[in-house]
Design a protein around this ligand. Structure first.
Ligand code: C2E
Ligand code: MG
Ligand code: MG
Ligand code: MG
Length: 282
């Protein structure tokens, strides 16, 4: 439409518009190809119990190794995947691949998988999850599905019904990025989450501002009352871990405990950890 309109402003704008449209079209085509070729990969980031550093599981994080643009992080393609609906097949693949990997790990380790709101609107999420568990043999209690508060903002009743069906399979549901969403506390009574993940935003400044310790302590208290495990995201320093432990936060995830890593590296980490554990027991 802009093409037919005269005037220097609009004409001057055109190349940039074309560029953006072209970028989108190319990225979408590349992404479709990546899905078809199963070229997307998962990295795994460790989660540890703060009290004794025991490995409790990993979060699966999507990566796109692009043939010419290098490793593309999720923030750069998940929004496009959501808009185009491609997140549905991508998400189904993520669930399957993460379950298949976790099925190789020791039985006490869990796998957390992120879900997009679009996966609740389209496709049959409950079947997708049930099918992944059946095919990989992963016991349902070892799978944790992470959702964000934006999901509950949309259509609480439908979403809560779906979440209950998922829980009916035996999987647990975690609230991701807790504290940053719209009217956070309103969601907690609606649904029995297994886990609350305190958003990184609260952890980053933890050492510098005692008000943040108070907020963390409050979330930990909520978790205790509501019987939800509380996990801190984005733990980067020993001092943050110390404060979190003192406030009674149960688990941590962040660069201090390990960056997201390829599957083989995660397997090595698991083996090293077991070694350490058996040595300290001996
Ligand atoms: P998230 O689920 O909140 O994941 C945590 C993000 O924080 C990850 O970014 C992780 O690499 C990063 N992170 C972890 N520890 C630290 C730390 O100590 N410091 C800092 N600065 N960052 C840390 P990543 O991998 O880029 O993923 C970003 C977001 O993309 C995720 O946020 C999640 O919302 C989304 N995402 C990732 N994989 C998937 C997926 O398979 N499906 C869907 N729907 N979304 C995904
Ligand atoms: Mg997450
Ligand atoms: Mg998060
Ligand atoms: Mg996030």
């Amino acid at each position: 439409a802009a093409r037919n309109q005269p005037g220097p402003t609009i004409r001057g704008f055109e190349p940039a518009m074309d560029e953006a449209v072209r970028w989108r079209r190319e990225t979408e085509a590349d992404l479709r190809q990546a899905i078809a070729e199963e070229a997307l990969v998962l990295h795994y980031q460790p989660q540890r119990r703060l009290r004794d550093q025991k490995l409790v599981g990993f979060e699966a994080l999507l990566r796109w190794p692009h043939p010419t643009r290098g490793m593309i992080p999720p923030v750069e393609f998940i929004p496009l995947a959501e808009e185009t609906g491609l997140i549905v097949p991508i998400g189904a693949w993520v669930i399957r691949a993460a379950c298949a990997e976790a099925a190789q790990w020791p039985e006490d380790l869990r796998i957390a998988v992120n879900l997009s709101p679009a996966q609740f609107r389209h496709g049959d999420l409950v079947c997708t999850v049930a099918d992944a568990l059946a095919r990989t043999g992963l016991p349902a209690h070892r799978l944790e599905l992470e959702i964000t508060e934006s999901l509950l903002q949309e259509d609480p009743e439908d979403v809560v019904r779906l979440l209950r069906d998922l829980r009916g399979l035996g999987v647990s549901i975690a609230m991701d990025d807790f504290g940053t969403g719209w009217s956070s506390l309103a969601h907690l009574w609606r649904f029995p989450f297994g886990k609350l993940k305190i958003d990184r935003a609260f952890i980053t400044e933890l050492e510098r501002d005692p008000k943040l310790s108070a907020i963390v302590a409050t979330i930990v208290g909520l978790g205790r009352i509501l019987d939800m495990t509380v996990v801190a995201e984005g733990v980067e320093t020993e001092e943050q871990a110390r404060i979190l432990t003192a406030e009674g936060c149960e688990q941590g995830q962040g660069w201090l405990f390990g960056r997201p890593m390829p599957a083989e590296a995660a397997r090595r980490l698991i083996a090293e950890d077991q070694d350490k554990l058996s040595r300290s027991a001996a």
